[in-house]
Design a protein around this ligand. Structure first.
Ligand code: COD
Ligand code: ZN
Length: 366
C-alpha cells in the first residue's frame, strides 16, 4: 500500500515527507495505523549527526495506533486492537529474555539498531529501494509494519495520543527509576536534564515516594514543569554549580542521581551528586565515541554507576501498568504534550525540540 512518511536521508537536512510503498505484514508481523508518534531527542541525534543510522530511514520510535491486519501466526493481537509499539521487540528466547531482561534482547536490539523487522529487512520502500524503520518501528508514517513482539495491546478507553508517550519517554524515564534504580521511598533523588524523558524520571521518583526530588536544567520553564511533575527542589545549572547546589540541598549528596541528557560532563556531574554508596543511573547516551571520566577515589566509597536502556522495560508488564496509573489519575501524560503537529510539520517539531521549547510534541500522521 502507499503511505505517507517522514524520511531521513542524511544528517543536517530536513526530513522529507513523501509517499512510500509499505509491504503487508509477513508471518509474525502486524500492520498498524499510527494514531500518534512522539518527537524524542534520540530522533534528533540522528538528524544532528551525533549518532549514525541506516539511510534512508523513517524516524519515530514513540508511537501508538490501531492494528489493521496481522500476518500468519500472530496470536497476541488482532485487527481493531489498540497497541503501544516497542522499539526493542524482544524474542522471548535469548539468554537476556530468559533471565528477565528483555530490554537487552539480542535479536530485538539487532533489529532495532538495523532498523528492520526480525528477519533483517524493512517493510518500507521507495522506487524499489529499502527504507529502514527506526527502532523497528518508523512511527512518523500513516501506517507501519512492526514485529508482533513489538506490539503491546492496551485498553480501548486509553487515549492513543497519550498512549504513544508510553512507547519511549515515559517507559524510559519512569522505568529508570522503578526498574533500574528501584528507588526506595524517602530516599533523595537528583535528575540532571528535565526534557521529555527527564520529566518522567521526576514523576517516577514521585511515584516511588522519593523524599527530596531535585530537578536540574538550564531552562527556567523546564524547571517549572519539573515542579508540576513532583520535583521538591530545582537547580538552574546555567546560574550555579549544580553539584554544589545538590550537595547543599541534600547534605552529603543524593541516594540516586540520574543523567537524562547524554553528555559526558553531565554524566560526571550526576556521579559527583551521588552520596557515598549512592547510585548514578545514566539514561542519556553521549555521542558515538565519547568517553566519561570518573574520579577513581570514589570507588572506595562504594559508589555505583549503571546505564539504563529503555527503562529496563518489560513492555507487556509495564505498559498496562502505566496505562492503569494514567487512567487512575496518578501518571501525568496530558501535561507532557506541549504541541501537536501534522506530519508535514515534523521539521518544525524538531526545531522546537532543538530550541528547548517543548516537553514533548506529538505528530498525528493522518
Ligand atoms: N545541564 C542541565 N540540563 C541540560 C543541560 C545541562 N548542561 N543541557 C541540556 N539540558 C536540558 C535541556 O534544557 C532539556 O530540557 C533536557 O536537558 C533534554 O531534554 P530533551 O527533551 O531535549 O531530550 P529527551 O528528554 O527527549 O531525550 C533525552 C535522551 C537522554 C533520551 C536522549 O537525548 C538520548 O540520550 N538518547 C540516546 C539514548 C537512546 O537512544 N535511548 C533510546 C531511545 S530514547
Ligand atoms: Zn526516545
Amino acid at each position: 500500500m502507499q503511505v505517507k512518511a517522514a524520511v531521513f536521508y542524511r544528517p543536517h537536512e530536513p526530513l522529507a515527507v513523501q509517499e512510500l510503498e509499505l509491504e503487508g505484514p509477513r508471518a509474525g508481523e502486524v500492520l498498524v495505523r499510527i494514531a500518534a508518534c512522539g518527537v524524542c531527542h534520540s530522533d534528533l541525534h540522528f538528524i544532528d549527526g551525533l549518532v549514525p543510522i541506516a539511510s534512508p530511514s523513517v524516524l519515530g520510535h514513540e508511537a501508538a495506533g490501531v492494528v489493521e491486519a496481522v500476518g500468519a501466526g500472530v496470536a497476541s493481537v488482532q485487527p481493531g486492537d489498540h497497541v503501544v509499539l516497542s522499539f526493542i521487540p524482544s524474542c522471548g528466547r535469548c539468554q537476556y529474555c530468559v533471565v528477565g531482561r528483555p530490554n537487552l534482547c539480542t535479536i530485538g536490539n539487532r533489529a532495532m539498531s538495523r532498523g528492520t523487522m526480525l528477519d533483517g529487512t524493512p517493510r518500507f520502500a521507495r522506487e524499489g529501494r529499502p527504507v529502514y524503520q527506526m527502532g523497528s518501528i518508523g512511527g512518523f508514517a500513516s501506517y507501519t509494519v512492526v514485529p508482533e513482539a513489538g506490539c503491546v495491546k492496551i485498553r480501548e478507553d486509553m487515549p492513543l495520543d497519550r498512549a504513544a508517550l508510553l512507547g519511549c519517554g515515559v517507559m524510559t524515564g519512569v522505568g529508570a527509576v522503578i526498574n533500574t534504580a528501584r528507588v526506595q521511598a524517602g530516599s533523595d533523588v537528583a535528575v540532571v536534564g528535565c526534557g521529555g524523558v527527564g520529566l518522567n524520571v521526576v514523576q517516577g521518583a514521585a511515584l516511588a515516594g522519593a523524599g527530596r526530588i531535585i530537578a536540574i536544567d538550564v531552562l527556567a520553564h523546564k524547571l517549572e514543569l519539573a515542579r508540576q511533575f513532583g520535583a521538591t527542589h530545582t537547580v538552574d545549572a546555567s546560574r550555579e554549580d549544580p553539584v554544589e547546589a545538590v550537595r547543599r540541598i541534600s547534605p552529603g549528596g543524593v541516594d540516586y542521581a540520574f543523567e537524562v541528557i547524554g553528555r559526558p560532563e553531565t554524566v560526571r556531574q550526576a556521579f559527583d551528586m551521588a552520596r557515598r554508596g549512592g547510585l548514578t543511573v545514566v539514561v542519556g547516551v553521549p555521542p558515538a565515541g565519547a568517553e566519561v571520566s570518573l574520579p577513581a577515589g570514589a570507588f572506595l566509597t562504594e559508589k555505583t554507576i549503571t546505564g539504563s536502556a529503555y527503562g529496563g522495560a518489560r513492555m507487556p508488564v509495564d505498559v498496562p501498568r502505566l496505562v492503569e496509573l494514567y487512567m487512575s489519575g496518578r501518571l501525568k501524560l496530558d501535561e507532557l504534550i506541549s504541541r501537536v503537529y501534522p506530519l508535514e510539520g515534523i521539521n518544525d517539531a524538531f526545531d522546537a525540540l532543538r530550541r528547548g521549547e517543548v516537553a514533548r510534541s506529538i505528530v498525528t500522521p493522518l
